[in-house]
Ligand binder design. Structure first.
Ligand SMILES: [Zn+2]
Ligand SMILES: [Zn+2]
Length: 79
């Protein structure tokens, strides 16, 4: 089942489970639209794969299959 992560792994902002501004790669790395369309340019910085919009889980399914609560730690960029 798709892991609905609660935050952007780039800028750490909250991403609601029903947000249409969430993007994921094939490994479910999760990012917000601003990061994907901005500095990430559509490519996952962790695996180099394609980022696509995360499909929204219907509300009644979220009751039975809720989103993950634990935040994903942001990987600090090497400077
Ligand atoms: Zn972000
Ligand atoms: Zn990835």
């Amino acid at each position: 089942m798709l892991d609905l992560r609660p935050n952007c792994e780039c800028c750490d902002r909250d991403i609601a489970a029903d947000s249409r501004d969430a993007f994921i790669c094939t490994f479910e790395c999760t990012f917000c639209r601003d990061c994907v369309e901005g500095e990430l340019a559509g490519t996952c910085p962790n695996c180099g794969g394609e980022l696509v919009r995360r499909p929204v889980r219907p509300p009644e399914k979220l009751l039975k299959y809720p989103a993950r609560r634990e935040r994903t730690p942001v990987k600090r960029k090497a400077v």
